[in-house]
Design a protein around this ligand. Sequence first.
Ligand code: ANZ
Ligand code: ZN
Length: 577
Amino acid sequence: MKEAYFPQEIEKKWQKIWEEKGVFRTPDTSDKPKYYALSMFPYPSGKLHMGHVRNYTITDVIARFKKMNGYNVLHPMGWDSFGLPAENAAMKHGANPETWTDENIAYMTKQLKMLGLSYDWDREVTTCKPDYYKWTQWLFLQLYKKGLAYKKEAAVNWCEECGTVLANEQVIEGKCWRCDHVVEKKYLSQWFLKITDYAEVLLEDLDKLTGWGENVKTMQANWIGKSQGAILKFKVVENDLEVPVYTTRPDTVHGITYLVVAPEYKDIEKLTTPENKKAVVAYRANARKMTEIERLSTDRIKTGVPLGTHCINPFTGEKFPLWTADYALVEYGTGAVMAVPAHDTRDFDFAKKYNLPLKVVIQNPENPSDCRNDAYTEPGVLVNSNEFDGMSNEEAKKAITQKAVDGGFGEFKTQYRLRDWLVSRQRYWGAPIPVVYCDKCGIQPVPEDQLPVLLPKDVDFSVVGKSPITTSKTFVNTTCPCCGGPARRETDTMDTFVCSSWYYLRYSDAKNDKMPFAKDKVNKWLPVDQYVGGIEHAILHLLYSRFFTKALRDMGLLDFDEPFKNLLTQGMVLKDG
Ligand code: ANZ
Ligand code: ZN
């Protein structure tokens, strides 16, 4: 006999029983071995989509399987609930981002429950609620005390459409990761987290992640971008300045025929002669208008102008001219490049265009008289390089740098592409950065017993071009925790990726109101045994979370090195056609 399956009846019945009996609640103490199964928590955008369902089903199957195999399984769910969409929706419909978010969470919770997913709802975390963001702020203060959070004036990525700055990780091919608007550079004073202090360990520890796909590890390694080279310093002929450059090819030092500084280089004015000033000023003004994507584009013809001054090559005594060109980036290395057109393609194109000389110093074994039509960038033996002639270029890299070290005009240098993480956002719907500004005492962290710094409710969401938070009459003015005088609150809020960098730790102790989590609980449950989520987070969220884990470990808040033991990533579910 065939039996019909009526999900409307049977699923409802069992879901009710599961809920009443609390079968998915996870005890902290159990003699069973622990297993932590986690899906990347969603942004409460409105309704679940198929991507969510697929992702959560995978984790649910794993959680149930492990449970049936005798494990004490932690399988929690929560909400990555700060962020721009809520604020944009509020601005459009005159609603409040909190109401909008709460309604979406309620709806999506109902959907998750209908799916019968085996979550321990007692551990739900919601990043936009004060009981959570209090601890995001507390963690920010711990980072600040360790010197891992700091404020500086910097050329930052600005998205006009979103009306806020973006982290480097949020700029995809020169465009905003969220809205695809072209990203511009702006000079602003912003908060950063010093992820660069962890560049080396973040790279090294990728080897420990045997449960991660190679693709994700490669993406992270490339993003960290370690390169080994040298800083070489060149004396200026016309004054007593020195221009240091970062190079990965010290072996080509005898082949330098000019030197390039970025248009934003700090000493550029001092390096420009009066005769060249007009052209340089005009060139710099034009470069400022260009986006990074245009400047880095490989098919664009490189442009530049001479500064009129010269440098001396300490290896040869030769004098060569200084130029500014926008293919030199101010944020990388020292912002200056020693140009070796015979062996670097960009320098070659530039030298061709401006009739600058070429000097071959690495011999092409197949074609010793090469370099008329192209740069020779492969390995080879040194020529035209004095005592280094005949050396292989790998050997020469070391020997030449050593000579610079001994002569006091250089050093060995390891360089990372990774930049510090820009976390301030000029938006309302995020965790307020817990600092105040006092004219007398400068930047003062908010005392921990005054946390959370609550988001103000008396704001006008209809303002354009500035953060709604700045319209509050009650928020900005406060007193200085140090001198008691009048002070102003920071009005920037944190990048939502800060909130999501530690939520998986909070699940281990979601209701703790004394600490973000108790050390014994976090050590018991973490690392996550199986993490499941979208490949789009390969760099952003996963790198930030690894950084947070390591920083919190170094503060003594937890005892493990990596948050996610096994990682399953999947592509997004897309509509066909
Ligand atoms: C001389 C040279 C000769 C170079 C040669 C390459 C080939 P990675 O590997 O990505 O670290 N460079 C250094 N600072 C720069 C800046 N601020 N803007 C643009 N380019 C910069 O790249 C290192 C190389 O990038 C350096 O090595 C430098 O050019 C260039 F045959 O120095 B090289
Ligand atoms: Zn003060």
